[in-house]
Design a protein around this ligand. Structure first.
Ligand code: CIR
Length: 262
């Protein structure tokens, strides 16, 4: 049997139903509130795509108190060795960690937690087979990264701190893992040299928002509306599924943010 690469071969995913309060979610630039019904349609398509890729999807109930709670990715780093609960840098998102912790505890062999004072959101974390890349952003600071580094060291993992381009919410807003050796990245992030030891496929010019995709088993799940990048991934041999993301994009959310995969 082929070895499993735990950075993109998974069996489960956790998602959270969007609450009505999602229309009040955080956003860097206000381009109008998301259309709730369309967002729900996109969310259902996203879950369908995960299932198509072989995921057992655990759908958590909506949390009206936390408008951004559908973006479950930011609350935890999931590894085969265990789960590490994050400490979001957005004050309105801090409480999301407690409400997800109880669901994650039974699914992992062990659980650890970033206790602070630093902050870190898992949207800034990209796990590859050989290292855990963590971007310092407006949400993730050096104290948060240092605390994660020491936890990961005790789990035998190496953390590398990396830059996040100015004005970009999270490190993974601009990149995704396509397989153990290949990264999908925007030009501006690749230009920092961060992926010099990887093979890089660039998003097409003007399609930077296509960079936040997920590799889940045989599939790359990416946002709809980026034909050039979709085509170059298909040309490179990837099996691509596109899912509508126009409404989550109004809240700076994309494919990775909507699930925890393990
Ligand atoms: C936020 O600003 O926190 C949310 N509106 C979007 C979070 C997106 N999460 C991610 O990129 N991992």
């Amino acid at each position: 049997m082929a070895l499993v690469d735990s950075s993109w071969q998974f069996t489960r995913a956790v998602t959270r139903k969007p609450g009505r309060s999602v229309v009040n979610g955080l956003r860097a630039v206000d381009v109008g509130a998301p259309d709730f019904d369309l967002l729900m349609t996109h969310h259902a398509a996203y879950i369908h795509a995960l299932r198509q890729a072989g995921a057992e999807v655990i759908e958590l109930e909506a949390e009206e108190e936390f408008p951004d709670a559908l973006f479950v990715e930011d609350t935890a780093l999931c590894l085969p060795e265990g789960v590490i609960l994050m400490r979001p840098g957005a004050p309105s998102r801090l409480g999301e960690v407690d409400v997800i912790a109880e669901h994650l505890a039974p699914l992992f062999p062990r659980m650890a937690r970033i206790s602070g004072p630093g902050t870190i959101e898992a949207g800034d974390i990209l796990t590859t087979p050989r290292e855990v890349l963590v971007g310092q952003s407006a949400r993730t600071n050096s104290d948060g990264i240092a605390e994660l580094a020491s936890l990961l060291e005790s789990w035998g993992r190496t953390l590398r701190e990396v830059p996040v381009p100015e004005g970009v919410l999270h490190f993974k807003t601009d990149c995704s893992l396509l397989d153990g050796k290949t990264i999908l990245s925007t030009q501006r992030l690749a230009d920092t040299g961060v992926f010099d030891s990887y093979k890089v496929i660039l998003t097409a010019q003007g399609e930077e928002a296509a960079a936040n995709a997920i590799r889940y088993n045989d599939y790359v799940i990416m946002p709809e509306g980026f034909p050039k990048t979709t085509e170059s991934l298909r040309q490179a041999g990837y099996l691509v599924t596109c899912v509508g993301n126009s409404e989550c994009a109004k809240l700076d959310g994309g494919m990775s943010c909507l699930s925890l995969r393990f």
